[in-house]
Every structure is written in C-alpha cells, then in structure tokens.
Design a protein around this ligand. Structure first.
Ligand code: FAD
Ligand code: DLZ
Ligand code: SF4
Length: 515
C-alpha cells in the first residue's frame, strides 16, 4: 500500500485522541508502531514496565485495525527488526512511500533530537504535532515562566484550576482555599476493611509478551511475577472507576503515610495508564470532581488528587522542556557518591529502604512519599550522584518517562537544580519516617538514638548533610530554623553527628553498586 501519511505512534502515545491520528483516513493513511531494543535498553527498564508497554501497544494496534487502519506493527523479535525508531521508520518508508510522516511530539528530549534529525535523512517531510493531552503546551509554560525569578508550582496550579474550571466557584476556589494539604499529612494504620485492589489477569496477548520479556530482559532489575496491569483503555477505565469508588474518599488523609503491610494505601495506581495514554488526565480529574460534587469524596481528597495531576504533573513537564538538556546534568550540591548496591538488591538493615526497594522490584511501583522520603531522601542525605539516582528511578518504575521522572528526581528529590523547581530540599531524619510509617518498629536500628552504631542512620546523616552543604543551603529561608538548631548544639554534639555519619558513609563506600 502507498500511504498519504505514515503515522508513527510511540509506546506512550496510546490514546485514541492522539494528535497524530486527528483527521486520519484509514483508506489513505497507514500507522507504524514498533517494539525496539533501543528503547527497552537505553536504560535497563523494569521488565514489568517493558511488558506493560509492549502489551498495551499490541492491544492498541489491534483496536486501530478494528477501526480499519493498516497498522505496520513490528514486534521486538520480528525478522529484520533493526532495533531503533529510525531504522524501523526507514524500513516502513520503503514499504509505504508516504507523502509525509506524522508524529506527535515525544515525551523525551532524547527522542525529539532523534525525530528532528529525520528531516535531513528521509525522502519526505516530517510533521511534528503538539501533544494535546497536556493542559499546558510547552510554549504556554515557557511564557508563564518567563521573567519569573523562581517558579512555584502553587501559582501555576491556580492558573490550571482557572483554565479548566475544576473545583471552581466562579473565580474562587471551591471551599474558599486553593490547597487542603494541611489535612493530608496523617499517619495511617492498617485498614482491615479496605476493598481489595483489583488487577487485570493477563490475556493471551499479554502472556505472549510476558514470555518474550522474561526471555529477553532477564538481566534487568525487577520481577515479572504477578503481572496484573491493565493494558487497554477499557480496563484502565475500570481501575479508575474502582479507585473513585473505593479509595478516593481516603486518598487525602492517607496520602503521606507509609505502611509495611500495604504498599498502595489509598493511592490511585493510575500513573502508568495516564502516562502511556490509556487514560486522559483531564477526564480523570473531571470524574474525581464529579465524585466530590456527588458527595462521594471529601474536598481534601478531591483537591489533593486533582492538584497532583493538573498541578504537579503539568508543572514537571513544563520544567523539563524549559530546562533540558542541561537539567539532566544538574548537580548543585556536588554530590558524587555512587549508588549503593542495596538500591538493586534491597540488602540493607535499614528497614524503610529495604521495604521500598523490595516493593519497587516486585511491583515497578512505589508511592510518592516512599519515592521522595525514603529512597530519595536517603540518596540526598548520603550525597549520591543525582544522575545515578535519576537512572535508578527511570529504570525502576513502570510510570517512568524522563519528562516526569527527571524533574521529580533532579529537582524535587535531590535539589540538584539548586531550588529552581522547589523551595527547599526534602531532607528528613528518622523522626519523620517514624511519624509517617510503621517501618521503624521492626528495624534493627533505633530511630530514637541519634548517634552511634545502633542509631538510625538517617539521624546523623541529616545533620551531616546540612553541615556539609551549609555554604549552599544556609541562606535558604525555609532552612533557617534547622540551621539555628544546629548552631545551638555544642561542638561535641555536632562532632558526634559528624563522626557517626562518617562511619556510616565509610561503610557505604565499601559496598558500591556493581550492577
Ligand atoms: P497518586 O498518588 O494516586 O496520584 C495521582 C496522580 O497524580 C498520579 O497518577 C500522577 O499522574 C500524578 N502525580 C502525583 N504526584 C506527581 C508528581 N510529583 N509529578 C507528576 N505527577 C504526579 N511520577 C510519574 O508519573 N513518573 C515517574 O517517573 C515519577 N518519578 C518520581 C520520582 C520521584 C523521586 C518522586 C518523588 C516522584 C516521582 N513521581 C513520578 C511522582 C509520583 O510519585 C507518582 O506520580 C505517583 O507515585 C504515581 O502513583 P499513583 O498513580 O498511585 O499516584
Ligand atoms: C519505554 C518504552 C519501551 C521500553 N519500549 C518502547 C518501544 O519498544 N517502542 C515504543 O514505541 N516505545 C517504547 N517505549 C516508550 C518510549 O520510550 C517513549 O515513547 C519515548 O521515550 C518518548 O517519551
Ligand atoms: Fe528507616 Fe531509621 Fe526507621 Fe530504620 S529506624 S526504618 S533506618 S528511619
């Protein structure tokens, strides 16, 4: 078949309404989708993430065929698969001889560079279309950010509320406040009556993918066992409905809590589907708003949830495109320690870190506070190189694409951008973890002890981090009270912290990653 447009759909563009398909004509246009080694291995993605994407891609291709489209779908193990987007596109062009290639702008800077290079090497033009699944385009965000010395999510979020009308009463926010976070910082206890989380049993197409991924990506960190992700928009929608019915009401109050017996608490587990295109972010928010308006969820839950999506998610994307490519190399605190081996093995006596790493390995998921305040916080305090931390997150989570993962890691979690994205480092000692989780109760370390071999390592590391970085952080207004507390300590106390941290870090350095 000769095609008018060859429409190239990437693995995180699985939305029926994707801009590259707008106005497409099944009689005249063809679709290209391809599984390629380059995408699966440029970092060693978690096998569950690869399986999710491949299976969702195969199901999406089937849906397009049902709609009458010719879909050129190249499986990873298809004979002749070149293993790269560029190679697969070149092969497809010889088959379809299209007048133009159409593609929606990719999520990652790396892929955009690749696509922009196609213009000079292909026999036809390449149309790069805006990704209209985001509320705020790249240029709109750049205009918002222009002339601001500091960006703050909260102000951006208010604009997105006004733009969408979500939870608005005329010009005012529902409930008289923009943000109900103060009500969302409670610890949790196990909820024995919580409805069981529903997953989706793999169908034959998914089983075939699981077999392929199990064989090809054995060496990657992570387990394929108990794969139960939705791989179609229809099933993702059912999981969204379940979340709204069963968890949304308690989302707010349990948002910052961590429990050994419950890796998911009241979180939605929807980021995989939103990021890959199976769920539309604005539609998700509208349905949450409807549940609130119907009296099925309190405002602190609905507002908190909607803020994560139209606030944080959009803000992260905006910052990513504004700051790339330099953002990836940012290292404001000059942190140079390699990533410890236990980020891959989970073998550490720190119960909190062990739990989160093990859950990440098993589920390709950890919730926000686990990512921020356990594995992220530890890396920040220990001075791990931000780029190594970035790679770990990009590999470990099934929802990880650089546009959202990188600003969360480099900016929010590691403060490697020096405060461009957030106002202070998310650094905390053991007390915070003890207050928000039950991890400390069964830990070999004592969270109440400040220094010494038995003391919780987060305690001395916290003060040592502030001390080590005081030249760069001392003037940060939000850290004023902690630096005041540090200066009130006796020199002997301060030295105690320094020595304890040094002893711990020396042990850490003898166990660096060999993965
Ligand atoms: P919920 O807690 O139910 O939240 C609802 C939705 O809000 C999520 O599905 C997601 O779409 C959005 N959201 C919440 N927080 C954020 C945020 N900070 N940035 C962007 N969107 C947000 N999120 C990713 O999607 N991909 C990543 O690779 C990723 N890496 C992260 C790395 C670190 C160090 C940190 C601190 C956070 C990261 N996040 C990332 C944000 C957040 O942790 C996840 O979006 C969330 O845990 C996904 O689980 P959920 O769907 O159950 O979220
Ligand atoms: C993450 C990923 C993986 C593992 N594999 C593929 C693939 O084989 N084919 C594909 O089209 N997309 C894949 N993806 C998603 C891409 O990495 C993603 O589309 C780009 O990084 C742009 O965000
Ligand atoms: Fe983590 Fe410290 Fe608590 Fe152990 S005592 S679980 S290391 S915070």
């Amino acid at each position: 078949m000769k095609a008018r447009h060859l429409i190239f759909i990437l693995g995180d563009q699985l939305s029926a309404g994707i801009s590259s398909l707008e106005g497409a004509d099944p009689k005249r246009d063809a679709v290209l989708m391809c599984e390629v080694t380059e995408e699966a291995t440029y970092v060693r993605h978690h096998p569950k993430k690869i399986a999710f994407i491949f299976s969702a891609m195969r199901h999406f291709a089937e849906d397009l065929r049902q709609k009458g489209f010719t879909v050129d779908y190249q499986r990873l193990d298809a004979p002749g698969n070149t293993g790269s987007f560029t190679g697969e596109l070149q092969r497809a062009i010889t088959r379809f001889e299209p007048q133009t290639v159409r593609i929606t702008e990719p999520g990652e800077w790396r892929v955009l560079q690749m696509i922009e290079a196609w213009a000079g090497m292909l026999p036809c033009p390449v149309d790069i279309l805006e990704d209209t699944r985001f509320l705020c385009s790249r240029s709109e965000f750049a205009a918002w950010a222009k002339n601001r010395q500091q960006l703050r999510m909260e102000f951006f979020y208010r604009d997105m509320r006004r733009k969408t009308g979500l939870l608005m009463r005329g010009d005012d926010p529902e409930g008289g406040r923009w943000n109900f976070d103060a009500e969302n910082r409670k610890p949790a206890s196990p909820d024995l009556f919580a409805p069981k989380r529903q997953g989706v049993a793999p169908d034959d197409m998914t089983k075939e993918v699981l077999d392929l991924v199990g064989r090809r990506f054995k060496a990657h960190f992570g387990s394929l066992a108990n794969f139960n992700f939705a791989v179609t928009a229809k099933d993702a929608d059912i999981l969204l409905e379940n979340f709204i019915a069963d968890q949304l009401a308690t989302f707010g109050e349990r948002q910052d809590a961590m429990l050994s017996s419950d890796p998911f608490l009241s979180h939605s587990l929807l980021s995989f589907y939103i990021n890959a295109g199976l769920l539309d972010p604005l539609d998700v928010c509208r349905r949450v708003e409807t549940a609130y308006l119907a009296g099925n969820a309190p405002l602190n839950s609905a507002e908190g949830f909607i803020r994560q999506i139209i606030g944080w998610r959009e803000y992260m994307r905006g910052v990513y495109w504004l700051k790339m490519p330099d953002y990836r190399e940012a290292n404001f605190l000059d942190a140079e320690r390699p990533l410890p081996d236990f980020y891959w093995t989970g073998e550490t006596d720190m119960n909190c870190v062990r739990t989160v790493v093990s859950e990440t390995r098993d589920n390709a998921y950890a919730h926000h506070i686990q990512r921020l305040m356990i594995t992220g916080n530890f890396a920040l305090l220990a001075g791990i190189r931000p780029q190594a931390v970035h790679e770990w997150y990009l590999e470990g989570y099934a929802d990880a694409y650089e546009w959202v993962e990188l600003p969360n890691v480099i900016g929010m979690s590691q403060f490697a951008d020096g405060g461009f994205l957030g106002s202070k480092p998310y650094a905390a000692g053991g007390n915070y973890i003890h207050r928000m989780s039950d991890y400390c109760a069964t830990c070999r370390y004592d969270v109440k002890k400040k220094t010494g071999e038995k003391a919780c390592p987060f305690n001395a590391l916290y003060w040592d981090f502030l001390d080590r970085n005081s030249g760069k952080l001392k003037r940060n207004q939000r850290l004023g009270p902690v630096y005041a507390a540090w200066s009130k300590m006796t020199e002997a106390q301060r030295n105690d912290y320094r020595h304890s941290a040094a002893a711990f870090l020396a042990k850490l350095d003898s166990a660096v990653s060999t993965y």
